[in-house]
Design a protein around this ligand. Sequence first.
Ligand SMILES: NC(=O)c1ccc[n+]([C@@H]2O[C@H](COP(=O)([O-])OP(=O)(O)OC[C@H]3O[C@@H](n4cnc5c(N)ncnc54)[C@H](O)[C@@H]3O)[C@@H](O)[C@H]2O)c1
Length: 340
Amino acid sequence: MSKKGIGIIGTGSIVNTYIKCIEEIDAVELVALFTRSSDRVKKIELEFGIPVYDDLSAFLALPQIDLICVCNESGSHGRAIIQAARSEKHVLCEKPLEVTLQKIDEAIAACKQHKVKLGCVFQNRCGVHFKQVFDAVSKGKLGKLLMGNAHINWYRNTEYYAKNPWRGTLELDGGAAFMNQGIHTIDLLLHLFGPVRSVFGTVRTRVHNIQGEDVGSGILEFANGAIGNITAGTALYPGHPERLEVYGEKGSILMEGGRIVSWNVRDVPEPDFEKGDLDGSGAADPTAISHQNHKKVILDMLDAIREDRLPMVDGPEARRSVEVITALYRSSESQDLVFL
Ligand SMILES: NC(=O)c1ccc[n+]([C@@H]2O[C@H](COP(=O)([O-])OP(=O)(O)OC[C@H]3O[C@@H](n4cnc5c(N)ncnc54)[C@H](O)[C@@H]3O)[C@@H](O)[C@H]2O)c1
């Protein structure tokens, strides 16, 4: 069977994760990278040891590429997705899918029009502990869901924002603590609790010299009647492992840093985990995140292409967390309850 070819748009820190994954997957090969910074082509070619293009049309025309991984700045994802779709390449995009709903809808429409698959990377859905929580909740083991909380009270230093100036901007990061860091745990919360009916919240920039928020808090009401409390920050020294709390009529489960730290569900014993099942937390350091869950997302995307089915997180599914986060931002501005 011939290998599937992968091309990557973007050459930032997350690309290292993709390279590690692709090296471990027999069925794929990394064909080329694209950067729009012509002056960096040589340097990146030396760094990664694969061809680097600064001409997007030439890159997208490469017949060996079947799947484009979109890894550039979040607010440039939409344009990259649309261009890849027009070249009839399948697309796996980093989170968030884009930073506005309009740009997300345009990207989804382009992929539909050109009949290519669109997947988004929310790799924490693959975490072994989270899968147990999802299984218990989806099988109704917790009974009626009452409350779900997500707390991403992280820390990023000044250098994190200074090094790559797109971070924390409204145009390219779409905000900051919620849209960039918090979105993973918000996605898990929505995956467990379903659609949100209303959002009320406040976000503020208190420490960092950025446009987006470095601290924020919100209250959600879900369509199923449950309520939720979400907080996120990148100014909360030293950065605490993210928390996900699930409360139902028949019990509760608390997760911290991707690990179940409390399981109290009536008549359902706590699952047994092997040591080494855990993925690193990015509470204080974005490079501490393991690549294993990314690898599962890439494998799922390859299966989705081969089996002609939806990927684990498709466009509409990836849109949900951005809808909640942008509603939170609107609520903070207007100080009104925002209905979705
Ligand atoms: N799934 C995850 O856990 C995860 C983790 C990190 C990032 N991401 C996502 O990946 C995307 C890219 O994030 P990142 O952290 O790799 O971004 P980054 O800041 O490292 O790089 C972003 C882009 O900036 C450009 N760039 C980087 N260094 C440059 C330099 N020295 N000179 C000129 N241009 C340069 C590159 O084109 C690159 O594509 C974002 O959408 C982010 O949300 C996801």
